[in-house]
Design a protein around this ligand. Structure first.
Ligand code: CP
Length: 326
C-alpha cells in the first residue's frame, strides 16, 4: 500500500499530515524528516529524566498486539504515557477475541470507550488498513508491525539511529543481513532509506531467505557476508523469522552462524567506524555473536531508546493533526 492506494485509502489527511500510519511507502521526505526531527527532540541521554509532555492529554491509546512483542508494545505504552495519554493494553489472548468476537467488534467496543489511537500488531496482511478504513473519523490507527510487510515505526527509529551516528544518508552504505524475505523490518528500512536517499543498500543472505526479485528495487544482492559488508557504514542484522516458515525450511542454526553470523572477525570487513544494528529480539550465536552485540560498534540499545522517542513523535504528530482538523 502506498500513502494513497488505488482503492482510495489514504493514511494522510487533506493537509498531508498523518491520520494513520500503516506504511512508510509513499510518504513524503519532508514528512519523514519532520517526524525524525520531532523524535530527536524527545531523545534523552541514558540516566537523564526522560522527556515528558502534555501533547496527548485527554487522548486514549489502545495497544492491540496479536503477535508477541517486548520493544514495540512497551515503547508505545511509555511514549503515550510520557505524553500524558491514558493507555489500555489489550492482551488479545485473554480478550473476548478468543470467544469469537471479531477484530472490528473489538475495535468498536474500545472506540465506544473513547479510544483515540489504536496501535495494532497482527500477523495477517491488511488488518491494520482494514481497521483504519472502519474507525470513526477522529480515530487513528498505527501499525506496530504487520505480517512480513511493514513496521513503520521501526523503520523510523532505524533511520533516526543512522542519522545520529552517521549524520546523513546520501553517502551511506547500508548492509541488511539475514532473513530479509520474511522481514517487515527490512521492508520498512528499505522504504525509509529510499525516501531519504541512501547511497547504497545491500541485501545479504542465503537464497531461500532473499525476497522476490521485484522487491527492494535498486538494492544489490549478495550471498556472501564478507562481500556484502565490505566497506559498509551500517550493518543491520536480522533474526530468522522461524514463525513465518514451514519447519522444513528453517535453516540449521549452527550452519547459519557459520555462513552468516556476524563475528568480530567478519565485522572487520566493514568500515572501522561502522555501526551494528539489530531490531531485536536477538538470537545470540545464530545471527550475531555476543562479542559484536555487546561490542563498541553496537548501537542496538540506542535503537531501543530511539523507539520510545519515535513513537512519541508519531503520537504527538497524530494528536496535533487531529487538533488542527478540529
Ligand atoms: N523490534 C521489534 O519489533 O521488537 P518486538 O517484537 O520486541 O516488539
Amino acid at each position: 500500500m502506498k500513502a494513497q492506494d488505488p482503492q482510495g485509502f489514504s493514511q494522510l489527511d487533506a493537509a498531508g499530515r498523518l491520520r494513520h500510519l500503516i506504511t512508510l511507502a509513499g510518504l513524503d521526505g519532508d514528512l519523514v524528516r519532520e517526524l525524525l526531527a520531532r523524535a530527536q527532540h524527545y531523545v534523552t541521554r541514558p540516566g537523564q529524566v526522560p522527556a515528558h509532555g502534555k501533547d496527548l492529554a485527554g487522548f486514549t491509546v489502545a495497544n492491540l498486539f496479536t503477535e508477541p512483542s517486548t520493544r514495540t508494545r512497551a515503547s508505545f505504552e511509555l511514549a503515550a504515557k510520557r505524553l500524558s495519554a491514558d493507555v489500555v493494553n489489550v492482551d488479545v489472548m485473554l480478550s473476548s477475541r478468543v470467544k469469537g468476537e471479531s477484530m472490528l467488534d473489538t475495535i468498536y467496543t474500545l472506540q465506544a470507550m473513547d479510544v483515540d489511537v489504536f496501535v495494532i500488531r497482527d500477523a495477517q496482511p491488511g488488518v491494520t488498513q482494514y481497521v483504519a478504513e472502519h474507525v470513526a473519523d477522529h480515530v487513528s490507527v498505527v501499525s506496530g508491525g504487520e505480517a512480513h510487510l511493514s513496521h513503520p515505526t521501526q523503520g523510523l527509529l532505524d533511520a533516526l539511529t543512522m542519522l545520529q551516528f552517521k549524520g546523513g544518508f546520501r553517502d551511506l552504505v547500508v548492509s541488511i543481513v539475514g532473513d530479509i524475505r520474511h522481514s517487515r523490518v527490512a521492508r520498512s528500512a528499505a522504504q525509509v532509506l529510499g525516501i531519504l536517499g541512501v547511497g547504497e543498500l545491500r541485501l545479504i543472505g542465503p537464497d531461500e531467505l532473499m525476497p522476490d526479485a521485484h522487491e527492494f528495487p535498486g538494492a544489490q544482492r549478495f550471498s556472501s557476508l564478507d562481500a556484502g559488508i565490505d566497506h559498509a557504514d551500517v550493518v543491520m542484522i536480522l533474526r530468522i523469522q522461524n514463525e513465518r516458515m514451514e519447519q522444513a525450511r528453517i535453516p540449521d542454526a549452527a550452519g547459519y552462524f557459520e555462513r552468516f553470523g556476524l563475528t568480530p572477525e567478519r565485522l572487520r570487513r566493514a568500515r572501522p567506524e561502522a555501526i551494528v544494528m539489530h531490531p531485536g529480539p536477538m538470537n545470540r550465536g545464530v545471527e550475531i555473536a555476543s562479542e559484536v552485540a555487546d561490542g563498541p560498534q553496537s548501537v542496538i540499545r540506542r535503537q531501543v531508546a530511539n523507539g520510545v522517542a519515535v513513537r512519541m513523535a508519531v503520537l504527538s504528530h497524530l494528536a496535533a493533526a487531529r487538533r488542527s482538523r478540529g
